[in-house]
Ligand binder design. Structure first.
Ligand SMILES: Cc1cc2nc3c(=O)[nH]c(=O)nc-3n(C[C@H](O)[C@H](O)[C@H](O)COP(=O)(O)OP(=O)(O)OC[C@H]3O[C@@H](n4cnc5c(N)ncnc54)[C@H](O)[C@@H]3O)c2cc1C
Length: 374
């Protein structure tokens, strides 16, 4: 007799799919995660590890609140997966800076933070500092920094350990993760459910599906009638040799990983499906880092890489249920590290149709259908 299909099949085993899997398992569902091939683009393996609020949702209040809730939920989420996995995520939420070397960009960002403050009220705190203010408390910051903002709610984790911990936690709760199970075709079956075909020709039955396939989302989304399409955005990163001393700050472009190296990043480029790093961008990252922290001039870079962000048309998350095929949902976002705790809790309530689930209408894909943006 064929084995009974699990309650829910998740397509994509990155941070997003695994966070959703964890939450569904905790809600008592049986879960199978079908993950793609080793050569797939995987944002979850190449990201910067920020758990970041500042600047998020300045022009979209639902996203400002959603991110604020995620940041607040991080300590309990980290404790849970550390407990289940035995791995230390190195979560540190003691605040972070955005540094500026251009006055006009500094002014624009300060105005954006005021708009974010308008949405969040007392739920948000930040400071705007001139370069001289900043150097009074952080004399190591270079004279080329004209200003900075600081948010005491910002933080970071070790992103690769997060991915490994999520895999272990999902497995510990009885979830099945199948690697190298690239889904090529999804066909709704008469009477409900789905027939899922893998690259190797194998076919599986699925009662409910959650599509979390990162940059693999668009092709499968179209098969289920979703209008959401995602696009890649390349970010490049450097990491230095390990430093014995700890940096005195965290910023959105320079952070010290718990093992001691300094990670430098923050670039954005529309380069299609090309995640290769480039010499010019590496040089500009190094220049930025030395401008902010001149002492880095004497530190060796040991590794550089590029990785592709998964961007929806407007950059905000998409949480959608298929109107045509009940049982199929789509989840995609940028900032999947920051949002992970909500993907494992509130989003799961919403996927399950729980009466206490949050209203996530603002993140539905009908915003693209209406604006023709997708
Ligand atoms: C340079 C960079 C810096 C970033 N910095 C941060 C940060 O500081 N903080 C933050 O919160 N976020 C950050 N992000 C974003 C974050 O990494 C992503 O939001 C998150 O990793 C997305 O996870 P995902 O699971 O959607 O996608 P992925 O990690 O890409 O995973 C998708 C998975 O789906 C699988 N898949 C694809 N197609 C199929 C298929 N057909 N069948 C089965 N499986 C399939 C793939 O194999 C893959 O494992 C950054 C991203 C980048 C690139």
């Amino acid at each position: 007799m064929a084995a009974k299909a699990p309650d829910i099949t998740i397509i994509g085993g990155g941070v997003v799919g695994l966070s959703v899997a964890l939450g569904l398992l905790q809600a008592g569902r049986s879960v199978r995660v079908l993950d793609g091939a080793d050569g797939d683009f995987r944002a979850s393996q190449g990201n910067f590890g920020l758990v970041w609020l500042q600047g998020k949702g300045a022009d979209f209040a639902p996203y400002a609140h959603w991110t604020r809730n995620a940041v607040a939920a991080w300590p309990a989420f980290a404790a849970l997966i550390e407990d289940l996995s035995g791995l230390n995520l190195a979560l540190d939420q003691s605040g972070g800076f955005e540094f500026f070397t251009d006055s006009a960009e500094f002014d624009d960002f300060s105005t954006a933070l005021a708009r974010q403050q308008g949405h969040l009220g007392t739920r948000f705190r930040h400071e705007i500092l001139t370069g001289d203010d900043l150097r009074r408390t952080h004399p190591e910051i270079g004279p080329g920094v004209v200003g900075a903002s600081f948010c005491p709610l910002d933080g970071h984790v070790n992103p690769l350990r997060l991915l490994g911990a999520l895999r272990r936690a999902v497995t510990a709760l009885g979830g099945h993760i199948t690697p190298d199970a690239q889904v090529t075709q999804i066909a709704p079956t008469t009477g409900g459910g789905f027939d899922v075909t893998l690259q190797d020709g194998k076919r599986l039955g699925a009662e409910r599906l959650v599509l979390c396939a990162g940059l693999g989302t668009s092709r499968l989304a179209a098969q289920l009638g979703f209008v959401t399409r995602v696009r890649p955005q390349r970010g490049e990163l450097l990491i230095t040799e390990k430093l014995a001393d700890r940096l005195s700050f965290l910023s959105s472009t320079i952070r010290q990983v718990d093992e001691g190296g300094v990670q430098i990043g923050g670039t954005k480029a529309d380069a299609g499906l090309d995640d290769r790093e480039s010499r010019e961008v590496m040089a500009s990252l190094a220049r930025h880092a030395v401008t902010v922290l001149p002492a880095l001039a004497d530190v060796r870079v040991v590794r550089a890489w590029g990785a592709l962000r998964v961007m929806s048309p407007d950059g905000y998350p998409v949480y959608a249920r298929s109107p045509l095929h009940p049982g199929a949902s789509l989840v995609t976002c940028h900032s999947g590290v920051t949002l992970a705790p909500l993907h494992a809790t509130a989003l799961v309530d919403w996927l399950d149709g729980a009466s206490h689930a949050p209203d996530l209408e603002a993140f539905d894909e009908n915003r693209f259908a209406l604006s023709d943006a997708a």
